[in-house]
Design a protein around this ligand. Structure first.
Ligand SMILES: *Cc1c(COP(=O)(O)O)cnc(C)c1O
Length: 460
């Protein structure tokens, strides 16, 4: 299987390359050259597979090479066996036609573990095979950082520098990153906002000489392998529900998780509809509901992992909705980068709304949903999950709807306590971070400072 750029001006690359790739050289995103098909009727008729087997099968469809298949098989088996629930992604019934898909049983309590725990060892094996090292550089508003630290700790050929905005992430999120004792990981608290930290990372990558000299690599959700791995829990859910048509509601930020649902659908799983749920940072909801994809200003919310104003993976959907016309995709994305606004033609918007619906959820509605679910079922849900549950008001009452629960409530104890009066505690296996020593360097919000830091300390 080869991977091509959504903007059509970059050479096709292999699975091993896409594993280590950021954006394509033409600034597009990599997508598979063709959509692989699951043998759905055979799968649905077979005895239930465990989660690791399904994940390996789904990801295996994107690589033709038996060596990679063997690695994927071994790594998925190892990774998902360490999740705290034997099903890895268990379904919980919430009421008639309604389920919650719990994606927070990984080591750092958010769905990002599903992909990063697999991506970390796979990237390392790709680097070892090529006798190369990489310096993964990323900015985080919380969950990605914790998941990346856990997934990359002590990898032989990878160093990680992770930037977070000083004082602007929750204590739990910070401690999950700064308490690592892995020698290949460095935390940097940036004296600025998440956008400042993100801009520093982008500028470091944009300096091509600097990036090449230090072997910079990215692990954000523009990485194709992350998306492909996440398609597996849509497949497992459809199978668990007996192969009937299912709608999924997805709390959405960068649109990676929702696009993974689209991938499962294209591979043949009966994903009937995807409901995109956003907080007040609603760029994707507006695009779907009005046909205008326009940048807004970021507002801080109680669901901070979705506080973004550009949804990178939307480009992949645009490419599909344009029938894979790379020229038109490039023209639209360049217009968006110039002006911050594009309007989708009616057939393009129609192609999107035939699969996606969308709803925007306010802060008050998010808190009210956390409170209501707790009162009705005794369950504590995190604010991101609550945004998804609130958006289900646009689903049909007799449609079967699965809402993705993207984080454990204990990651956002303040918001949950404010809504319910109950403060969710960390699972016992994570309590140690509350008292462990933290290690973190502080930098001003300056690209010069970041470059000097990397040049002076290429490795720890
Ligand atoms: C990252 C994240 C999201 C958003 O996922 P995208 O793939 O960026 O749309 C939602 N909820 C939680 C808890 C997250 O960490």
């Amino acid at each position: 299987m080869k991977f091509i750029s959504t903007r059509g001006q970059a050479p096709a690359i292999s699975f091993g390359d896409v594993l280590l790739a950021g954006p394509a050289p033409d600034a597009g995103l990599y997508v598979p050259e063709t959509w692989p098909a699951l043998d759905w009727s055979r799968l649905a008729a077979a005895p239930r597979h465990d989660y690791a087997t399904l994940a390996s099968m789904v990801l295996g469809h994107f690589c033709g090479d038996p060596d990679w298949k063997e690695r994927i098989d071994r790594i998925t088996r190892d990774v998902y066996a360490r999740f705290s629930d034997p099903a890895a992604a268990p379904l919980r019934a919430l009421g008639p036609h309604r389920w919650l898909l719990e994606l927070f049983h990984g080591p750092t309590l958010a769905f990002k573990d599903f992909a990063l725990q697999v991506l970390g060892p796979l990237m390392n094996e790709a680097l070892v095979a090529r006798n190369r090292r990489a310096l993964v550089l990323a900015a985080t508003s919380g969950d990605t950082g914790a998941a990346a630290v856990n997934a990359l700790a002590n990898r032989s050929n990878i160093d990680l520098i992770i930037l977070h905005p000083r004082g602007r992430i929750s204590d739990v999120q910070r401690r999950q990153m700064t308490t690592t004792d892995a020698a290949n990981i460095r935390n940097i608290a940036v004296e600025g906002t998440f956008d400042d930290a993100q801009a520093m990372v982008k500028q470091a990558f944009a300096d091509r000489d600097f990036a090449a000299r230090h072997g910079l690599a990215a692990i954000n959700s523009i990485n194709w392998v992350r998306i492909a791995v996440q398609a597996a829990y849509y497949v497992s859910t459809c199978l668990a529900l007996g192969g009937r048509d299912v709608a999924f509601t997805v709390p959405t930020g960068n649109f990676g998780d929702a696009f993974a649902g689209y991938v499962a659908r294209r591979m043949g799983a009966p994903v009937r509809r995807i409901i995109v749920a956003t907080n007040s940072n609603d760029i994707v909801a507006r695009a779907i509901n009005t046909g205008v994809y326009a940048r807004g200003t970021v507002e801080a919310t109680i669901s901070p992992a979705m506080d973004i104003q550009v949804a990178s993976n939307f480009e992949r959907l645009l490419f599909e909705a344009l029938d894979r016309d790379a020229g038109r995709t490039a023209a639209l994305m360049q217009a968006f980068e110039r002006s911050g606004t594009i309007t989708l033609d009616p057939p393009v918007r129609q192609a999107i709304t035939s699969v996606f619906s969308a709803d925007r959820v306010s802060e008050a509605e998010t808190a009210a949903t956390i409170r209501e679910v707790h009162a009705r079922t005794g369950l504590l849900v995190d604010p991101h999950t609550a945004v998804g549950l609130a958006a289900n008001r646009i689903a049909g009452a007799s449609d079967d709807v699965v809402t993705l629960s993207t984080a454990h409530p204990a990651k956002f104890p303040d918001a949950v306590a404010a809504a319910t009066g109950v403060r969710p505690g960390l699972p016992d296996r994570l309590r140690w971070i509350e008292t462990a020593t933290e290690r973190c360097d502080v930098l001003p919000a300056s690209i010069a400072a970041l470059k000097a830091y990397i040049t002076e300390n290429p490795r720890r």
